[in-house]
Design a protein around this ligand. Structure first.
Ligand code: HEM
Length: 138
């Protein structure tokens, strides 16, 4: 399932507002993730003080690589292998996607329209499916 050019555009347009609304050190994404799936907490090392940046880099990774298959391939390969190595399972991607939607909804408020949510959902699902396949995640 490819992500449409229109969805990619909407996602990129939303990034500045997301960066504005979610402070770099914010742990809101992880708070939401562990509220949905507390069992995932043990996968993350140490305290979460600098994890806010990882959330932002995850969003930027998704947005940057969506329409660049040549760069996306190796990047996904590496990310998928890294995730397999730290015990991430295929079943973990659903709660991660839910936490992403909740966090974006909190950050953007009414600007997180059903249309924009659909774009993010398509991008996340696409990326998750690729990571699960390439990392051989079970
Ligand atoms: C499309 C989905 C995902 C993307 C794009 C993604 C992306 C990333 C990125 C960019 C990093 C940072 C790597 C680094 O610091 O070098 C990371 C780290 C990590 N991710 Fe993911 N990830 C995804 C899904 C998941 C899922 C489903 C889990 C399961 C809970 C997960 C758990 C982790 C963990 C535990 C780390 C390492 C954090 C630490 O340093 O303790 N990720 N991910």
């Amino acid at each position: 399932m490819a992500v449409s050019a229109a969805d990619i555009r909407k996602i990129r347009e939303s990034l500045p507002m997301i960066r504005e609304q979610i402070a770099p050190a914010s742990s809101s994404f992880y708070d939401n993730l562990f509220a949905i799936a507390p069992e995932l907490r043990q996968l993350f090392r140490g305290d979460l003080d600098d994890q806010g940046m990882r959330f932002m880099s995850t969003l930027a990774t998704i947005a940057d690589l969506l329409d660049d298959p040549e760069a996306l391939g190796p990047e996904l390969e590496g990310l998928a292998r890294a995730h397999a190595g730290i015990g991430v399972r295929a079943a973990h991607f659903a709660p991660m996607g839910s936490a992403l939607m909740v966090t974006l909804g909190e950050a953007l408020g009414p600007a997180f329209t059903p249309d924009l949510q659909g774009a993010w959902r398509a991008a996340y699902d696409n990326f998750a499916a690729e990571m699960i396949a390439r990392g051989g995640l079970t």
